[in-house]
Design a protein. Sequence first.
Length: 190
Amino acid sequence: FNISNSEAARFMASGNFAIGNTVDTAGLRIYRHLQSYAGIIIQNGTNNTGGVFQGFHNYANSRIGSISQNNSAVQFNTSSDYRLKENEVAISDGITRLKQLKPYKFNFKIQADKTVDGFFAHEVSSIVPEAITGTKDATETYTDDNGDEQTKIKPQSIDQSKLVPLLTAALQEAITEIESLKTRVTTLEE
């Protein structure tokens, strides 16, 4: 595939599809792995630590996140630079808010034999709203193969990593309380 007489992508003899390169060993490769994986592989053809598989940019074309690698693990990154933030205030109600979360053991209907730990998105939305995408009980319509209009759920999602600041704040509050109690016990024992 060429753009303005310059090669942009090609199907390789191996069956791989290369974007931004003309050899099987450089640039980005996206392909279906037929042996040990049952899905699509996205491979950064460079051997550099921090090679980016996917970058996410906002309307101003500023990077707000990425999926990258460090030669031994995948990193799911979101912007966190202090220069992008303002009006910071320490979380002072970590334990109070943490106690409102309701963790459950459950299974998804599609996998009745697999139990997992987690939350219900609508119950988290008032405690850590930035962790939740979607609206409780939302539905959407679609047209099926017969041309009939159908309705299906439009499920809410949770980004559980957004709970980490609250968990950290609650743990710090608990540690402070424990240290205070230890000091009082030591005083009483003297």
